[in-house]
Design a protein around this ligand. Structure first.
Ligand SMILES: [Zn+2]
Ligand SMILES: [Zn+2]
Ligand SMILES: [Zn+2]
Length: 449
């Protein structure tokens, strides 16, 4: 991938030569020293994080959107009939770890955050008032903060973030069992008939706990994206997801985390499951989501980084880093909880534990976008298709070797050598200024001599 508009590309020195396999003759094909302005090839950094490289992140976002949409409406090698498969958009949240300020809605109406009139239940064991009559604005910075930090279970919140991926993995093994049960067949018969395919993204809620959004689809078993038998409806899928999510747990072993009680992680009580409208042409009904909306939503969260102000972009190296953090107290407590559950203090030469390594992300070290085998195309396939497209544009009549023959790897051997020359664009404004003043100096030099 060449750099395009990447803001800090990787710079390479290198050359490509062709060797005639029959004669051993070597001819140069390409050399950065002569063929590239500045003598270096710029390759895009490919970072998906918007805060690191906006242009590369935009490319990734576009690919994520295409990947999600192909699995909903077909295209990119998938049949259009896929849009008729049972398919839902499901949101899996974490359970409560203690009362937090929340924007609660009923329809379009904002409800009071946590109204409690009874004085007995308004006060927590620490003597704090844990009621809140306010109707919070969506931008209220207090949203997600604990009403009593001493009541809030920071350890469980952080462990949920750390092990949510494992909980999800278990969910994906439970789901076929519940599908089989609802369809009245054995698991073995189900495996021979139907496959669950999904793509999911992680998102941080205001309280700093991840939740998942997933597109979950049923296909017939096999690799050709055929529809499952008619008895596998979106309603059956909907019910099976609810049951599997309610049943799945993941045990935390206290031996793995100092000071942690034995704990079983689970998803929150309510899994929100919405059907996805099979076609953009059909009229919208109240609950159904359009494929476009779902594609945009997932692409957005695939590139969004943790939007908790003040959290470090880099892992935490010591307790001193935490003391220096400028972030809301709620997140600081989570960072500390992750750090301590992970064993805290780093000893030279020892690898940090998972929880310490991801303390700066409140314990979550998983990928932001994951998908099952054969949900649709892969990022790699989309990238290769772009490369092929560019190559076809550059050589409309096919590529040729330096002897003018159509390129054939049985006739010539292509050898390339690359060396890393640095990262970031040259010229930078500073480099340009330096060059300009050097140029100016040279112009003045003869007159001065
Ligand atoms: Zn980049
Ligand atoms: Zn509140
Ligand atoms: Zn309390």
């Amino acid at each position: 991938m060449t750099a395009g508009t990447c803001t800090h590309p990787v710079r390479l020195h290198g050359r490509i030569d062709a060797i005639d396999r029959a004669t051993g003759e070597l001819r140069p094909v390409y050399d950065t020293t002569t063929d590239e302005p500045g003598g270096e090839l710029l390759v895009a950094c490919g970072n998906r994080r918007e805060s690191v490289c906006p242009p590369c992140s935009a490319v990734y976002k576009r690919d994520a959107r295409q990947l999600v949409r192909a699995g909903l409406t077909g295209g990119k090698g998938l049949p259009e009939t896929i849009s008729a498969h049972p398919c839902v958009f499901a949101t899996f949240t974490a359970p409560s770890f203690g009362p937090v300020h929340a924007r609660r809605m009923r329809g379009q109406t904002v409800l009071p955050c946590r109204p409690r009139r009874n004085a007995k239940v308004r006060v927590c064991p620490h003597g704090r008032d844990i009621s809140c009559p306010r109707r919070h604005h969506p931008d209220d910075p207090i949203l997600g903060r604990a009403l009593c930090p001493d009541c809030y279970d920071y350890a469980s919140a952080v462990l949920f973030n750390a092990y949510a991926g494992k909980l999800w993995k278990r969910f994906t093994t439970y789901l076929p069992r519940y599908l089989a049960r609802r369809a009245g067949m054995t698991q073995k018969a189900l495996r021979a008939t139907v496959r669950v395919r999904y793509v999911k993204v992680a998102e941080y809620q205001a309280r700093g706990v991840v939740h998942y959004h997933a597109v979950i689809r049923l296909d017939a078993a096999g690799e050709t994206y055929q529809p499952p038998p008619p008895r596998f409806t979106a309603d059956l899928l909907h019910d099976a997801i609810g049951q599997a999510a309610a049943a799945v747990t993941f045990p935390i072993d206290p031996a793995d985390h100092p000071g942690c009680p034995a704990l079983r992680l689970r998803f929150g009580a309510q899994v929100d499951v919405k059907p996805i409208r099979p076609s953009e042409d059909l009229p919208a009904t109240g609950r159904e989501l359009s494929a476009r909306a779902v594609g945009n939503y997932i692409a957005k969260y695939a590139t969004k980084t943790l939007e908790a102000p003040g959290l470090p972009a880099r892992p935490i190296a010591s307790r001193l880093d935490i003391d220096g953090l400028r972030c809301p107290a709620h997140y600081r407590r989570m960072v500390i909880a992750a750090w301590e559950l992970g064993g805290g203090k780093l000893t030279a030469g020892l690898r940090p534990t998972r929880l310490c390594r991801w303390a700066h992300q409140l314990g979550h070290g998983g990928h932001f976008l994951t998908k099952s085998c054969r949900y649709s195309v892969t990022f790699g396939q989309l990238r290769r298709a772009r490369t092929e497209h560019r190559r076809a544009q550059r050589h409309p009549d096919g590529a040729h070797d330096p002897w003018g023959r159509p390129l054939d790897d049985r006739v010539v051997l292509i050898v390339s050598t690359w060396a890393y020359a640095g990262t970031g664009n040259i010229p930078t404004p500073e480099a340009e200024l330096a060059l300009a003043s050097a140029d100016h100096a040279r112009q003045l030099a003869p007159a001065a001599a």
